[in-house]
Ligand binder design. Structure first.
Ligand SMILES: Cc1cc2nc3c(=O)[nH]c(=O)nc-3n(C[C@H](O)[C@H](O)[C@H](O)COP(=O)(O)OP(=O)(O)OC[C@H]3O[C@@H](n4cnc5c(N)ncnc54)[C@H](O)[C@@H]3O)c2cc1C
Length: 374
């Protein structure tokens, strides 16, 4: 075999897997179609280190988020990656929403997130004087991270452990070899085609994971991915100075996002977002529609009363690869070694939406354990 392990995709997930498995395998390849790591979803998100409160107890999202959060804080500390444990408030603006907050706190406890507590208006405005609030749930362990610095560090770790990165190389075909392993067909940026063989194959292709699984002959409803865009607007006119933490609304039922919230970055700026727009036909569309500023104001004014028209400027957009189609309840990550489907040594990662960034280091370990049974 040319490689022991090949990872398709150099987003934060592929990088975290590379950094983990290269400690255990002698030859690891990462194949990425862009010229650099992290040019898709991994650089188009809120950069929040989630504490792990909303997910169904026992789900991969709940488990990997909680473990991944602690590992990520430790890793950031060890590698001096910029991050801040700024804390998060979920804000109810009506008395009757107190019950929803209590439900969120109960789910959080079931997920072993034990630092959350209910705040009355006095306690909440002591933390954030400029918000309007009836009740709030406060989670001090939520934070933010510089995702570019994180990805740089993971790439560096992987390279130091012998991983080879092939950028500008798009995977075009996958065929199973007799016995074990795979032949991977590549098209590079100069239009040259070549192929190589690998014993293990990890599909960390983000938005395109369903396509890659299909190339390897694995299809079905479980693998279907739906694209949900999220737009962000930057806060202008000094309004970013009026809040310090992550401030979220009470989430809606069967939500496809967590609601438009404030996200501070490590430079002290603040964004509002993301909204959720279903993209039909797997369209890649990173545009931010300026006219959506009005809807952002309407959604957030109840808890951010100081916002006015003219305070928001279009910023970035990202696309969530969800296994949830319109009308569905939230779905879990799919991370599966495919021996049962006749594809031994293939690991598919599908639907790695939020909290994928938070969970990345734990996902790396989870995948390694699928390859090496302990
Ligand atoms: C709007 C939004 C907000 C979010 N906010 C948060 C948050 O605050 N906290 C959090 O924890 N998570 C958040 N997430 C989720 C997080 O961003 C993702 O879970 C994570 O970035 C997924 O990383 P990835 O490596 O799987 O995907 P990607 O970053 O998309 O990487 C996949 C890579 O595969 C490559 N690839 C695809 N096909 C091929 C091919 N055929 N050949 C070669 N390479 C290929 C792509 O070029 C890409 O680089 C958010 C996501 C979105 C969209």
């Amino acid at each position: 075999m040319d490689a022991e392990v090949t990872i398709i995709g150099a987003g934060v997930i592929g990088l975290a897997i590379a950094a983990e498995v290269s400690r255990h395998f002698p030859s690891v390849f990462v194949v990425e179609k862009h010229e650099k790591y992290g040019m898709e979803t991994s650089s188009r998100n809120s950069e929040v280190i989630h504490s792990g409160i909303y997910y169904r107890p026992g789900s991969l999202k709940a488990l990997l988020c909680r473990e991944g959060r602690d590992r990520l804080y430790d890793y950031c500390h060890e590698k001096e990656i910029p991050h801040r444990r700024c804390g998060k408030l979920i804000v109810a603006t009506r008395e009757k929403e107190k019950q929803i907050l209590e439900g969120i706190l109960a789910t959080a406890r079931a997920n072993e997130v034990v630092d959350g507590r209910l705040l009355d208006p006095g306690e909440a405005t002591a933390l954030e004087p400029n918000i309007r609030v009836a009740w709030a749930a406060f989670f001090p362990s939520t934070g933010i991270v510089d995702v570019h610095a994180l990805m740089q560090s993971l790439e560096n770790d992987a390279i130091l452990q012998g991983t080879e990165f092939a950028y500008n190389c798009e995977v075009k075909s996958i065929s199973r070899l007799q016995g074990e392993g795979y032949r991977i067909g590549i098209l590079d940026a100069d239009g040259q085609s070549f192929d190589f063989t690998t014993r293990y194959l990890i599909n960390a292709a983000g938005l395109f994971a369903e396509q890659i699984a299909a190339m390897a002959g694995i299809m079905g409803d479980d693998y279907r991915t739906f694209f949900w865009k999220g737009e962000y607007f930057a806060l202008l006119n000094g309004k970013h100075k009026l809040i310090n933490r992550l401030i979220y609304p009470v989430p809606e039922l069967n939500t496809t996002g967590l609601g438009i919230h404030t996200t501070p970055d490590l430079m002290g700026r603040q964004k509002l977002g993301p909204n959720t727009i279903y993209l039909e036909d797997h369209r890649i569309d990173y545009g931010v529609e300026a006219s959506h500023a009005q809807a952002f104001l309407e959604k957030t004014r109840a808890f951010l009363p100081f916002l006015e028209p003219g305070d928001l400027a279009p910023d970035q957009a990202g696309i969530r690869p969800k296994r949830q189609k319109p009308g569905d309840p939230p779905k879990d990550f799919l991370i599966r070694e495919e021996s049962e489907r006749g594809a031994q040594g293939l690991v598919n990662l599908v639907g790695i939406e939020s909290p994928g960034l938070t969970a990345a280091l734990s996902i790396g370990e989870y995948v390694r354990k699928l390859l090496i049974k302990e």
